[in-house]
Write a protein that binds this ligand. Structure first.
Ligand code: SF4
Ligand code: SF4
Length: 309
């Protein structure tokens, strides 16, 4: 078994841990919010989260990792000029960094199983992050451009932070909101849909573009053409937030759409032999975005119509 200094050797990541029972408390809180956040949103994003007892996964410690995550720019040949479709942090896995973090967690905490869980709530309860008014978790020193990962581990260790073991209030209480948010409404002004209301760090998830454009269903009526900002997701409130100043790292993807592929995606140009479709699928595969295949063309058209390509 290694010491906690093993975690310091992983660059671009921070960690926090506490008793495994916190996972079940967080799941109970999320379930209590089903009526507030809308059944459809809950069923799509949150219903797969299970309590430890329901997973039959005994464990002593919950470990949260926050890894720096860059913004990606995918090149698109838009008829003789190169434009870039933005792909926000976390939509493309940094497998090397995830592998390093997995190994370090296992070295320190014993057998560690990654789980689906209320990542943001756990990160906040463990003192790793605070909420912003946009319901995003801001990790101390890293901002919100992070990938959160959660593990249940076998080794019992003292919490890295005095996490409260008690039933959680629905709104968690104002202690969990970043101090920087007090008196600030920059993200609310930057959000074109009105999703950020004056409700602490709760969001009107049914009006958030991220949730709408990740879903292959028809975009909702309130989703105006001019709103589109990224190939998937949104980022507007995070880009505007002063807590993220100077923290965004950009990576330009090597693989992108050539002129013919872009014309097929954006204008539905002829593709009798399926060559263009196959090429576009290959681009998505090379970029680790094949799972976005069913929303890709629709979202790219939205971006184009919004004048962002
Ligand atoms: S923009 Fe202001 S209110 Fe919104 S999350 Fe950032 S600091 Fe908080
Ligand atoms: S991600 Fe976009 S739509 Fe959602 S709250 Fe932020 S700015 Fe608004």
């Amino acid at each position: 078994m290694y010491g906690f200094d093993e975690l310091d050797k992983v660059g671009s990541a921070r960690f926090a841990w506490g008793p495994a029972a916190l996972v079940d408390l967080c799941i109970e809180r999320i379930r209590s919010l089903r009526g507030d956040i809308g059944g459809a949103v809950f069923d799509t994003y949150l219903s797969a989260q299970k309590k430890l007892s329901e997973m039959d996964l005994p464990g002593a410690t919950v470990v949260m990792a926050a890894m720096r995550a860059p913004l990606f720019e995918m090149p698109v040949d838009a008829g003789g000029r190169t434009a870039y479709a933005l792909v926000p942090p976390t939509y493309i896995d940094d497998k090397a960094l995830i592998g390093k973090v997995d190994a370090a967690v296992e070295n320190v905490f014993g057998k560690a199983t990654p789980i689906r869980a209320p990542f943001k709530t756990l990160a906040v309860l463990l003192g790793l992050a605070k909420y912003g008014r946009n319901n995003i978790a801001y990790v101390h020193g890293m901002g919100s451009y992070v990938r959160l990962r959660c593990y249940i581990a076998t080794r019992q260790v003292e919490s890295s932070y005095p996490a409260p073991i008690r039933p959680l209030e629905k709104d968690l209480g104002s202690d969990y909101l970043s101090d920087e948010c007090r008196g600030c409404d920059i993200c609310e002004s930057a959000c074109p849909t009105g999703a950020i209301e004056n409700r602490g760090f709760m969001l009107d998830a049914s009006r958030c573009m991220t949730l709408a454009n990740e879903d292959a269903k028809k975009l909702p009526g309130w989703y105006e053409k001019s709103f589109s900002h990224c190939m998937v997701g949104c980022m507007r409130c995070q880009e505007a937030c002063p807590m993220n100043d100077g923290k965004l790292q950009r990576i330009r993807l090597r693989s992108g759409l050539d002129k013919d592929q872009a014309a097929w995606v954006l204008n539905g140009s002829d593709d009798p032999e399926g060559r263009l479709e196959a090429g576009v699928k290959q681009v998505l595969k090379e970029n680790g975005m094949s799972y976005l295949d069913d929303v890709f063309a629709r979202n790219m058209k939205s971006l184009y119509n919004a004048g962002r390509l």
